[in-house]
Design a protein around this ligand. Structure first.
Ligand code: BT5
Length: 324
């Protein structure tokens, strides 16, 4: 992404809908007025409405409700999460691209996002349905200096961020099903997949994959998901602005991540518990080592689920599918 383009968007953002003269734009950006004009033409071709009035200058009038790199960047209120954006029209999976970028030294906060995934993945190689133009399919790279065992905490942290972003943009009540499902009225609206790269027991990067169903209608889902999945649009009967939701997601993710790095998991745990669905309830956890039923007591400091079975034993559940 050219820095001229980035500076131009920053200048428009700072102008908050007011006119800026071509000369002022050229000066703040540090390029010629011809270059300014060329970039404005590009923005227009992308669907942005840039008003031009003699003696007043330029004003960014309208944002298209499409998901583009510029559209996301323009309203971003973060220091580093989402500041570098790799946008694709279509990808097999954003996880794969983010992993390669991370291995090649991508900075913390780098965001990979695709308008469609043809091979979107859930946990345990399950498929994640990611049709074009409807959802948020994104992977974010972070590089926390924490012991590997604590990595699952980032899944829970991301779930809290996603709840906060969705609630901020839609006023819908969202709850979390441990560890990585966001539900609205019992139906899944968002899934999170965290994967990590480590060397000699040191975390190199964590790739946080987030899928949010935003503007799908029921017919956009395959038959087998009809009874278990929903989208934000289906819940509010309206279209939702995906770029704003990504911005909000980045904002809350960065805020919680900063809190986590300075104060540890405790404050995140409290927030997580306030949104969690299954605490104190009878659940069944299917793990690779067997199936356990009992009362979900909560999560411990590591983010591990504690399950009290009928014989009074407490099982530590590290990874499972939960039935409530
Ligand atoms: C998850 O897995 O919920 C993690 C999903 C992560 C998706 C993101 S999108 C960006 C990034 N790139 C990727 O390739 N992946 C990440 P899991 O808990 O295993 O749930 C998978 C199950 O959810 C499937 O087996 C289906 O039953 C169901 N499912 C699939 N697509 C869905 C959808 N769009 N909405 C709701 N449920 C879905």
């Amino acid at each position: 992404k050219s820095t001229v383009r980035q500076n131009l968007l920053d200048a428009f953002r700072n102008a908050a809908g007011e006119f800026i003269s071509g000369e002022k734009l050229a000066n703040t950006i540090g390029c010629s007025r011809t270059a300014v004009w060329k970039h404005i033409e590009e923005l227009r071709n992308e669907g942005f409405e840039v008003e031009a009035i003699r003696k007043k200058g330029y004003r960014l009038a309208e944002h298209p409700n499409t998901l583009t790199e510029n559209e996301i960047y323009l309203g971003l209120q973060t220091k580093y999460i989402g500041k570098t954006i790799h946008f694709y029209e279509s990808l097999p999976s954003t996880q794969q691209v983010a992993k390669e970028l991370a291995l090649n030294g991508a900075t913390e906060g780098t965001l990979v996002i695709s308008d469609e995934q043809t091979l979107g993945r859930g946990r345990l190689a399950r498929a994640w349905h990611s049709p074009k133009g409807t959802g948020i399919w994104t992977s974010i790279i972070i590089r926390p200096k924490i012991p590997i065992q604590q990595a699952p905490q980032l899944t829970l942290l991301t779930a809290v961020a996603a709840v906060q972003a969705i609630e901020e943009q839609t006023d819908i009540d969202v709850s979390i099903k441990w560890p990585n499902d966001l539900l609205i009225n019992g139906k899944k609206v968002c899934g999170i997949l965290t994967e990590l790269q480590a060397e000699e027991n040191q975390i190199q990067s964590i790739i946080i994959g987030i899928g949010i169903n935003v503007n799908q209608q029921l017919t956009d889902f395959p038959e087998e998901l009809h009874s278990i999945a929903t989208s934000l649009s289906m819940e509010v009967n309206d279209k939702i602005n995906r770029a704003k939701l990504v911005q909000s997601l980045c904002f809350h993710l960065e805020k919680l991540y900063e809190t986590y790095l300075t104060l540890g998991f405790q404050p995140i745990k409290l927030l997580w518990e306030s949104y969690a669905l299954s605490i104190g309830k009878q659940i069944t956890a299917r793990t690779l080592n067997g199936t356990y039923s009992g009362i979900a007591l909560g999560i411990n400091e590591q983010g591990v689920l504690l399950l009290e079975t009928s014989d009074g034993k407490i099982q530590h559940i590290y990874s499972a599918d939960i039935e409530i």
